[in-house]
Design a protein around this ligand. Structure first.
Ligand SMILES: [Cu+2]
Length: 93
């Protein structure tokens, strides 16, 4: 039992460390033909980025379905080569 609790604590600590940062933002422009979305986002600590408006690539256009300019969202990014790619995109309040 003790060992089970210990390993569970370890798993939790690891997943917190590896968890991507969720950043809040607002969609200002959608360009599905380029698999791109422009976001006015808050500061992104994990990437050392201040609040700004910039375009981001998504893995494919279907990720953008159900979103429109003006929507408040939250998202995570990962590096792909030199570019940041949106990994997850969700509606937020
Ligand atoms: Cu940015």
């Amino acid at each position: 039992m003790k060992r089970w609790i210990l390993s569970l604590a370890l798993v939790c600590a690891t997943s917190v460390w590896a968890a991507p940062e969720w950043v809040r933002g607002e969609i200002t422009k959608l360009a599905p033909e380029k698999a791109q979305v422009t976001l006015k986002h808050e500061a992104m600590k994990s990437m050392g980025m201040d609040a700004m408006t910039m375009p981001y690539k998504v893995t494919n256009a279907s990720v953008l379905k159900g979103f429109k300019p003006g929507d408040t969202v939250r998202f995570t990014v990962k590096m792909q080569g030199d570019a940041m790619l949106i990994e997850s995109l969700e509606h937020a309040k």
